[in-house]
Structures are given as structure tokens and as C-alpha cells.
Design a protein around this ligand. Sequence first.
Ligand code: NAP
Length: 521
Amino acid sequence: MSNPLFRHMRKLGNYVCGAWMEGEAEGQVLTDACTGQPLAMASTSGIDMGAAVRHARSKGNPALRKMTFHERGRMLRALALHLTERKERYYAVSLHTGATRADGWIDIEGGIGNLFSYASLRRRLPDEPFCTDGDPHPLGRNRTFAAQHLLIPKEGVAIHINAFNFPVWGMLEKCAVNWLAGMPAIVKPATLTSYLTEAVVRDIIDSGILPEGALQLLCGSAGDLLDHAGPQDVVTFTGSAVTGQRLRAHPALINGSVPFNMEADSLNCLVLGEDVRPGSTDWDLFVKEVRREMTAKAGQKCTAIRRVMVPEPLMEEAWKAIASSLERTTIGNPRSEMVRMGPLAGQVQREEVRGQVRRLLASTSILHGSLDSAELLDADYGSGAFLCPILLGCNKPFDANEVHDVEAFGPVCTLMPYHGTEEAVELAKMGKGSLCSSIVTSDRKTASAYVLGSGTHHGRILILNEACARESTGHGSPLPLLVHGGPGRAGGGEEMGGLRGITPSRSVRCEQSPARRQASR
Ligand code: NAP
């Protein structure tokens, strides 16, 4: 095994109740996405989940609650600097997940960037453990009686259940918010890539920057963790809608009215505006954005573009341009500098994507790519979880359910024609709620019609054109100060969002004092 961290296959640690411990049973064997070689085993068997929850509530919570926002912010900044110094170790481990250097940057430095952003937010908060929420409300004519909403940290723990595609960012984007708000976290990354989360958590714990109990880690099954959740806790979930819906209905969460924030798969779309002509700068931006979203992290991003709406007369030129751009993408071993797209995270994931593409083929045809082969650099198709980018075409998108219902969580995207912006809006809405959408246009009327027409169905909309392209962060980048989440099938949740993330009506990380109680004091 190439990475020294995995010189001998070992069991991943679970950090619980102030100590690293291994699960009792053998556990799930985790493998390198490119070579299929075993790396480590993950197990939480025998771990006392109830004790972990109690430890967070009794140790981590009081320690964080008594710190001021400024102290918590400085703690985040110190942590961000500590992890930045060690980031090359995470890049090395990240290669095992199939991530190229560019993919690793999104996960690793994207995650650390979240810590920096939330650290800076302290300047907009008081040097107190709590803060006011909005202006005071005078309630009596003589001004002797008034009310003030307050934000006070909850007394529980934030339980984060994360997906396999962002082992670092997935943890840090959520923890940055709950730590600034004054709550501890228990992180349960997806088992598949939990070895990378474990490597980062080991450095966090070793640093001593966080108070004991502020962070615990479970590498393996969640077991009966959610049975122990209570009214002062928060649960966040990222992953498939099926799992999310099941967990949302957990009796302990329902009985305790435990806030449950869900971020699930969504069929994000990009619209090519009718004003854009082939050969123009906006056209090139369109082609580049589609290719980037299909190939970054091999399409394993919750925000990746799954549906592309193109004015009907431009369909053929669009697919040829995208196909030719995909043709130039070097696929293979992410350890090679030439490689632009690595494998999927594992063989099971590749089989799932193939299965979903077969379902999509009921109403689409393959315009580019293959389900069974790919030209690879320095890698073997049989050993690794490789899949080449697959561009599908759907001629009758209003008659096809699959393209608006089936998510292939990989380098897969469907092109479909539309006539007039109203049709583009209707098609966008057929995805039943997404994390993000984009429109490529330089026409203000088109942009405004699309945003106002479909805005109810997306968490975020990017208007991309020549004027903003240089500074644009792109379609698929969740940003710390913006809300990340979406309505309907995207889960209905909100993550990050700057200060909104730490307020009770949003990601519910603090508790709001009832106005009447304040007023009667
Ligand atoms: P998943 O199977 O839904 O798992 C997500 C998380 O839930 C993992 O940490 C998983 O742990 C955990 N989990 C599963 N069953 C649980 C239970 N009964 N109690 C507590 N936790 C439980 O999703 P995934 O494997 O990460 O990805 C599968 C699909 O999710 C993808 O194909 C894609 O469609 C979607 N996805 C969406 C996003 C997004 O951000 N929107 C991101 C990634 C994936 P284990 O790993 O231990 O099973």
C-alpha cells in the first residue's frame, strides 16, 4: 500500500468519550477506489452510543456554551491554521477515495475554508456566549414594558450523518456552524471514505484546540445512536433521499421534536439561454461548465448538473461540443498529474450508477460515453471503480419521467430541448426541488424570467455569462456565507448560510428565548 498511514491494514479509530477505541468486530473492509486494494477496516460494534451522546452533553456542551462567540471564532481560526499546515497529508489519503488533486482541493481546502469563514463571522457577533436576535419590541405605551428575542446555545449535541463524497468538507462545513453557535458534535461519516475523516479528526484531537467533548467520531455503522437523540439535540443528514426519509421518521426524533436537517440527492439543472450563439464566449462558458460539473469528483457532487436544457435548434451543436470537450478529459489514476478525472468512490457506487443509467435509458439515448469501458491512464478498468462520462439525450423531456426522477450519482448528465424560457422554467420545476440551478445568458430579461419563474424550486441560482465568469465560483460550489440546501426532493434543509446557520429558525443551532418570558422579567 502506497500511503504510510495504511502500511498495515488496521482498524479505524472511533473517538468517543475522550478516547480512541476500535470496534469489537472485524468490520467493513475499505478499499482504494483506483486499485481495489484493501486499506483499513471500520467498525463501531461495541461502542456505547448512549455514552457518546451523554459525554457530548455533559463535557463538550458546557465548555462551548460558556465561551463567547469571539472565543469560539478564534478557536475555529486556530483549528483552520492547524489543519492548513497538515493539508498535504490529507491530499495523500484523499487519493485513495479516487479524488484528483483538484477534487481533493474542494473537499480539504473547501472544508478548512469553512472554518476560516465562520471564524471571521465572530466579528459580527458580540463578545458574549449569547446574542440578541433582531431589535427590541416596545410593548407598552409608557415604554416600561418590552420584549427582546435572544439566541442562546442549546444544551445538546449536533449529530452529523454524512455522505461518502465529502469526507472532510462534509464534516467541517457542519461543525464550523455548530461550534460557533456553542454546540458539540458527533460526526458519523459514510463508512466508505471514513479513513480520510479519521485522519483529519486525529489531528484535530491531537491539537488540543477544541475542548474535550466538542468532537466525537464514529467510523462505521451508526448503531442505535439516534435512539439517544433528545429535544436539545440537532440531527443533520446528507445522503440518499431513501435513507434520509427513514431517519427523519425515527421515533426518538419525532417524540423529542428533534430538528432534522436533510440534504439529499437532487436533479440540478443548467439552462442555456436562447440568446447564446455557438462560438460566443457564453457558449464556451456553457460547454466548460457542463464538462466541469460532469467530471469534477467524477460527478459525485450533490450539486452536480444532471439535466441540461438547450434551445431545440442548438441541440446537435451542443451535444457535439460537450462530447468533444469530454473526449479531451484524461481519466485514470488520480496519482498521475495528467489525470483530470479519477474513479468513483467504489465498485458498489459504480454498479449503482450503471443501474441508474439503465433506468434513464428508458427515455434517453447515449450521445457520448459507454457503460462498459473507458480509456484509462495508469489504471485498470477491472480493479478500479472507473466509469467514463456519459452524456445522454432526451428528445421529449415533457413525456419522460425518468430524466426528472432518477439521479445517477456519477459523471452522467442528460441533454434535453426546450422552446422559450417558459418551457425551460417548467422543465426545471419537473425536478421537484434542487440544490442549485444555473442559466447561461447575457440577456437580463431572460435571466430575470428564469430566476423569478423557477426560483421557488432551487436552493440557489447562478446566472453565468461573460461579464461575471472571471469571478464566478461556478455552478456547483456551496459557499459558507450562502445557504446550501434546497426544497422538495433536495431535502428541504438549509446548511451554512453565514449567520442564518446559527439561528433557530434555520439550521436550529441555537435556542430562541420566548419573547414573553423576556418581557415578563
Ligand atoms: P446513504 O446510503 O444514504 O448514506 C448516507 C449516510 O447515512 C452514511 O453515513 C450512512 O452510513 C448513513 N446511514 C445509512 N443508514 C443509516 C441508518 N439506518 N442510521 C444511521 N445512519 C445511516 O448515502 P451514500 O451511500 O452516502 O450515497 C448514496 C446516494 O446518496 C448516492 O448515490 C446519491 O444519490 C446520494 N448522495 C447525495 C449527496 C448529497 O449531498 N445530496 C451526497 C452523497 C450522496 P454508512 O456509510 O455506514 O452506511
